[in-house]
Design a protein around this ligand. Sequence first.
Ligand code: UDP
Ligand code: MG
Length: 330
Amino acid sequence: MLTPFFLTAIGGVDDVTRMTDHPYQLSIVVPVYNESDMIEAFHRKVTEVMTAMALAYEIVFVDDGSSDDTVAKIEALAQQDAHISGVKFSRNFGKDMALLAGLSHARGEYMLMIDGDLQHPPDLIPDLWRHAQTADIVYTVRTEDRGVGLFKKYSSKLFYRLFSYLADATLEQGTTDFKIISRKVRDAITSMDERDLFLRGMFSWIGFTSTRVEFMPIARPQGGSKYNLRRLLNLSISGITSFSTVPIRLSLLLCAFSLCVAFLYSVYALYSKYILLQAVSGWTSLLILMSLFCSGIYIMLGIIGEYIAKIHIETKKRPRFIIDRVIKHD
Ligand code: UDP
Ligand code: MG
């Protein structure tokens, strides 16, 4: 039977499910996508750490449209362990949406975001918790890219640089989604009504006090990264265009440059025609100039297209994610 609460969730109103009470000290939000191999080991490890910490905690798994039996495993765990609840998306909406849904559902005073593949070491939770007592955001930075391919390493470096240079928020190289945030930070994040999310940028943009903790990522024990080149590229473009209008302003710069070149070339053409009395010769120069300007125009059209696509997405005001069902211990 569907409860009214469930019905509103299906309608896609993504934060109506938030409760006003906060019975837990820490809510652990875990986005999972085809993590069937990892989920039990993850649960064991986190339970071990949390039991030692003696905090009132909950674990909120968000299944991001897995095609394997991840959901069945979450359901089985929820039956065994009252700390566990879950949200199942109707399809894959991406990790940021999964985190957002988990944060909206979490009822703790503090929220921890952690990957479900054990690459974010649960052993670090006590340390993060300690820092959380004096800062609103405790974020982590990878000190080493172990198990990360050369391409991913350098492309990610380039992205962090470009983002911090262009955007009105800075991103430290190696910042991860492994964070503890206070309830008011969560409320600030969930109140940002954007459809095209770039959570890492949003955490930097909202402000509040923050503390930095370094950690060494663990090589993924099972399965591979869910991010291929196409997804990483999409994420980077979306991240930059969400936080910066510099690329769209490049058109002015390019325009000024092309006008200068065109002016110089015209002076030369007039000079050779009336002073040197030579017929204007050569397709070469013409072709070079044509192709140069045309490519400039195409680049700018592409960039403008990016922003228009963004406006298009935002104006549709679609729900940011759709929940298929909520999993609970009973
Ligand atoms: N993930 C997700 N939705 C996706 C891709 C990944 O919820 O579309 C989850 C995944 O199950 C894992 C976390 O996000 O818990 C990090 O993903 P992954 O390990 O693939 O990323 P990487 O470690 O390469 O950054
Ligand atoms: Mg991983």
